[in-house]
Design a protein around this ligand. Structure first.
Ligand code: FEO
Length: 396
C-alpha cells in the first residue's frame, strides 16, 4: 500500500503484490506484479479507474482513506477480470452512490463474476465522454486485448491513457514511473505480453493504432509501471506484434537417459556454427515464463523428447500445448528425440501445434544412443534451419 501522486488530481491508489509467485497459476512472477488503480478528482465528480485484486482490497480502501476520499461518483471498469474488478463490490459498498461505468459486455461479465446489482451500472459506448467538471474522460474500446470487453479510458485534458492490461508489466516496484534500468521494465512487459496478449496479436495490431492516434502523454496500465514515455512501450509492442521474427531457434527438451540431450547439444552447436542463435531449455528445470518470452520473437522452435509410457514425454506435450495456446509468430518447427523399444510420439506433438502457422521440418527420431549417422541427420536439420532463416532474411 502506498498512495502516490501521478499528476495534479491524479493519484495511484493500487497495490503491489511483491511476493506473488505465479500468475493465472501458470507462469512465474520473478519480480512480482501490481494491480493499479487510479483516482481522478474533477471539480465536480471523482472517478476511480479500475480496482485491485480482491486479496488486496483492504489496501485499496486504506489508500482511499489516506486521501480522505468522501465520495466516489464513478468506478470505471476497463476490464472484468478479477485482478482489476474484484474489489469493485467493496468500493460500491463503501460509496453507495457510486456507479460502475463500463461497456455492455463488461457489465454482463461483472454481473456473472461478481454478482453486482444491475442498477449500479452506467453504460457507455465507444468514444463517449464523461465530464468530471474540469476534466473529461473519453472511452476508447480496445476489444480482445485480451478479453472481448477490454477498453481504455483517456483523460482528455492531460492526455493520459489508462489501459488496464494493455501495456501492463509484471513488476512490483516502489517507483511508479519504473526503475532506472529500463531492461527490467521491458522484461516485465514482455513477460506480461507473452502470457496474456500474444494470442491476440492481430487484435492488438488494430487497437494500437487507436493508441497512436491519441498520442498520449502518459500510459497508465493496470499492472506494473506508468510510462511517462509511451513510445517506449508502444515500440516494444509494435516489435512483438509484428510478423517479424528473430534469428533464434528455441529447443525445448527433456531427456531421461541422455540420448535426447546428446542430440540437443549437437543441434545447438551445429546451429551456432551456422550463425543461428540457439536457446535450449530443459523443461525439467526451466521456467515456462522464460520459454513463453522467447517464443515472442523466435523464428524456430524444436521439441525434443524421448519416448516414455509409449509416447512423447508428458512434460513436452504440456509445453507444446502451451506454445499452441500462446500462438507465437514462430515460422518453423521441428521434432527430434530418441526411443528405446518403440512408441508413438511425433503425431502427439504435431496434434498439439495446430494453431501455429509453421513449416515443419522432417522429424529426426533415432533408436537408442545417437550414432554417427544420427548426428549427420542433426547436422542436416541445423542446415535446413539456417537455410530457412536465410530465406526469410534474418540470417546473412
Ligand atoms: Fe490483469 Fe486480464 O487481467
Amino acid at each position: 500500500m502506498a498512495v502516490q501522486k501521478v499528476d495534479e488530481d491524479v493519484y495511484y491508489v493500487g497495490s503491489r503484490h511483491w511476493d506473488r509467485p505465479i500468475f493465472d497459476e501458470l507462469l512465474e512472477l520473478p519480480k512480482g506484479t501490481s494491480y493499479n488503480s487510479y483516482l481522478i478528482s474533477g471539480s465536480q465528480k471523482t472517478a476511480l479507474i479500475d480496482s485491485v485484486d480482491p486479496c488486496k482490497k483492504h489496501e485499496l480502501l486504506r489508500n482511499l482513506d489516506v486521501l480522505n476520499v468522501k465520495n466516489i461518483d464513478y468506478i470505471i471498469a476497463n476490464h472484468a477480470e478479477q485482478d482489476h474488478s474484484g474489489s469493485i463490490p467493496a468500493v460500491l459498498e463503501r460509496y453507495p452512490q457510486a456507479k460502475v461505468v463500463t461497456n455492455e459486455k463488461c457489465k454482463s461479465l461483472l454481473i456473472d463474476l461478481l454478482d453486482i446489482n444491475e442498477d449500479r451500472f452506467m453504460i457507455i459506448n465507444d468514444n463517449d465522454t464523461l465530464s468530471l467538471g474540469d476534466k473529461t474522460l473519453q472511452f476508447v474500446f480496445t476489444p480482445w486485448v485480451h478479453w472481448p470487453e477490454t477498453m481504455s479510458v483517456y483523460l482528455v485534458e492531460k492526455k493520459m491513457l489508462f489501459t488496464c492490461d494493455f501495456f501492463g508489466s509484471h513488476i512490483a516496484t516502489s517507483k511508479i514511473f519504473g526503475p532506472k534500468d529500463e531492461k527490467l521494465v521491458y522484461e516485465g512487459a514482455k513477460r506480461y505480453y507473452a502470457e496474456i496478449m500474444m494470442p491476440f496479436r492481430k487484435n492488438i495490431q488494430k487497437n494500437i493504432q487507436k493508441v497512436e492516434e491519441l498520442n498520449p502523454s502518459m500510459i497508465l496500465p493496470g499492472h506494473g509501471v506508468v510510462y511517462k514515455n509511451p513510445q517506449f512501450i508502444i515500440d516494444a509492442y509494435k516489435k512483438w506484434i509484428s510478423d517479424n521474427v528473430d534469428n533464434e531457434a528455441l529447443i525445448i527438451y527433456i531427456s531421461m537417459h541422455g540420448s535426447t540431450k546428446e542430440l540437443v547439444d549437437y543441434l545447438s552447436d551445429a546451429l551456432i556454427e551456422q550463425g543461428v542463435y540457439a536457446r535450449p531449455y530443459n523443461i525439467a528445470q526451466s521456467s515456462l515464463g522464460e520459454i513463453a518470452m522467447d517464443l515472442v520473437d523466435a523464428a524456430t522452435v524444436i521439441f525434443a523428447s524421448p519416448f516414455v509410457l509409449a509416447g512423447v514425454h508428458p512434460k513436452i506435450i504440456t509445453t507444446a500445448y502451451l506454445a499452441n495456446a500462446l500462438r507465437p509468430k514462430t515460422k518453423f518447427a521441428g521434432i527430434i528425440g530418441s526411443f528405446g523399444w518403440g512408441g508413438k510420439g511425433v503425431e502427439h506433438i504435431k496434434n498439439n501445434l495446430t494453431n501455429l502457422s509453421v513449416e515443419l521440418f522432417e522429424p529426426v527420431y533415432i533408436k537408442g544412443k545417437p550414432k554417427p549417422e544420427d548426428f549427420k541427420k542433426i547436422t542436416g536439420l541445423a542446415q535446413q534451419i539456417a537455410d530457412k532463416h536465410k530465406e526469410i532474411g534474418i540470417l546473412g
